[in-house]
Write a protein that binds this ligand. Structure first.
Ligand code: GDP
Length: 455
């Protein structure tokens, strides 16, 4: 297959100090040489790899910008191919002009994730590591970034490879047993096989559990802020996010739609939606918001139900408390800076925890952080251990685990070793799909289609 030379902007399309246009493929350096002239007069085609040149970028003789061009020669580059990276001035016009020049010089537009896909196809990184690249880019906190970086370094792939290796060794012994059924083959004794499969079962259970626990830190927890109008939901949202995202006013029913935002509360990430006040309303637009708020509350993994401590609780408040029953919920008793008029003595019967805050002054924010952390962090999450980076990887692990359990059952119930072989082979296949060693083209394409262009 002819290797095309691809080009794309790898930095965000926004005004910025610097922008990077990346070119990769057999003719990448030649393409860059057509549009970039180093000030020292050297031709990029004569340049060794790992070199940076300062010069000008031009298109059909017209100067576009002053820039730096990095040259990497195959296989010593991210993609494993010849690569040129032109670092020009960032911004909406210049980077696009440089990209257009690269196209005019023969490059074609890169598809989403095509640079990383080429790195994968050239054996620079495996599929699990490729997904870690995406996870690292989208990491919103230290824990997520550390976990992604460790996976990118191969920590997960190593663990999965060890697991697959152990089972493959059993499979090899089972194959030998099929050829020489009357010989004693030690590894195929039920106790030996059980030892191997149980150890793989433990490893996978641990990895899946870590992913589920870690999601609170890496992806955040779906959180709904609910409460009747004017109790201070938007003010609380603004306190958590540290900016004026929601419109705060003292006219009831201002927040008409659901505002979604990720906020950091200590080391946790809350994907918070600030919803329209839950109350009966005749206002048509607002009633759509109220309906959404109720749906949002049902869907959320954590509910922050806000109440105004300066007013007596009313029937709307009680409706909300009723809806909190059985949900992971914190009653946020707001406006503690004002004289207290609400009787909150029975509230803890409905919710998981009660916290008193003043969203306006910030008082009680630490207590709220502690309450959320106490509710969500029942287990420790150590991102230094092998971490899964996607639902796809989790599904592969779950599938492998199911097959290992079936193999264990088959051994315990004295079912033929053929059945054990089938289950063990499926487990290995699922693990090799995770790392991409044995993944269908459709799976690979799906993984990279979720990347951004230029990565
Ligand atoms: P929402 O309708 O529940 O989103 O309520 P808002 O956040 O818009 O707040 C309604 C009103 O209550 C605004 O005037 C806020 O300034 C005020 N408010 C919110 N939180 C507090 C608080 O902790 N103390 C005081 N004194 N006023 C607050």
């Amino acid at each position: 297959m002819e290797n095309t030379t691809i080009a794309a902007i790898s930095t965000p399309e926004a005004a910025g100090a610097l922008g990077v246009v990346r070119i990769s493929g057999e003719k990448a350096i030649d393409t860059a040489a057509k549009i970039f002239t180093p000030v020292n007069g050297e031709n990029l085609n004569d340049t060794k790899g790992y070199r940076a040149h300062f010069g000008t970028v031009h298109d059909a003789g017209a100067r576009i910008d002053e820039a730096v061009c990095l040259v990497f020669r195959a296989p010593h580059s991210y993609t494993g191919e010849n690569t040129a990276e032109i670092t020009c001035h960032g911004g909406l016009y210049v980077t696009k002009a440089v990209l257009r020049a690269a196209f005019n010089a023969g490059a074609v537009p890169a598809e989403a994730g095509e640079f990383t896909k080429r790195a994968f196809l050239n054996g620079k990184i495996d599929l699990a590591e490729s997904e870690a690249v995406m996870a690292l880019i989208s990491a919103r906190g230290k824990q997520a970034a550390t976990a992604a970086l460790n996976t990118l370094d191969g920590r997960l792939s190593k663990k999965i490879g060890e697991c697959a290796g152990k089972i493959t060794a059993v499979l090899a012994s089972l194959a030998a047993w099929v050829d020489y059924p009357y010989d004693e083959i030690e590894d195929t004794s039920p106790s030996e096989m059980l030892k191997v499969f149980s150890s793989a079962e433990n490893d996978l259970n641990e990895i899946i559990e870590r992913y589920d626990t870690g999601r609170v830190f890496t992806e955040g927890i779906d959180t709904a802020i609910v409460g009747r109008p004017n109790v201070g939901k938007s003010t609380l949202m603004n306190l958590l996010s540290g900016c004026e995202r929601s419109i705060v006013t003292d006219v009831a029913g201002t927040t008409r739609d659901v505002v979604e935002q990720s906020v950091r509360l200590g080391s946790l990430i809350l994907n918070v939606s600030d919803t329209a006040g839950i109350h009966e309303t005749a206002d048509r637009v607002e009633s759509i918001g109220v309906q959404r708020a109720k749906t949002r509350m049902q869907r959320a993994a954590l509910v922050l139900a806000v109440f105004d401590s300066s007013e007596p609780l009313n029937s709307d408040d009680l409706d909300i408390l009723e809806a909190c029953r059985g949900k992971l919920s914190i009653a946020v008793i707001n406006k503690t800076d004002l004289p207290e008029a609400a009787d909150i003595s029975g509230i803890s019967d409905y919710v998981t925890a009660v916290v008193r805050v003043s969203a306006a002054t910030g008082e009680g924010e630490k207590e709220l952080e502690q309450a959320v952390s106490d509710l969500l962090c029942s287990k420790d999450f150590n991102p230094e251990n092998p971490c899964l980076q996607s639902e796809r990887q989790r599904e592969c692990c779950v599938r492998a685990l199911g097959c290992i359990k079936e193999a264990i059952e088959a051994i315990k119930n004295n079912i033929t070793l053929d059945a054990v072989t089938v289950c063990a082979q499926r487990a290995v296949d699922a693990l090799l799909e995770l790392t991409g060693e044995k993944a269908a083209d459709a799976v690979i394409n799906e993984v990279f289609s979720r990347f951004c262009v230029g990565k």
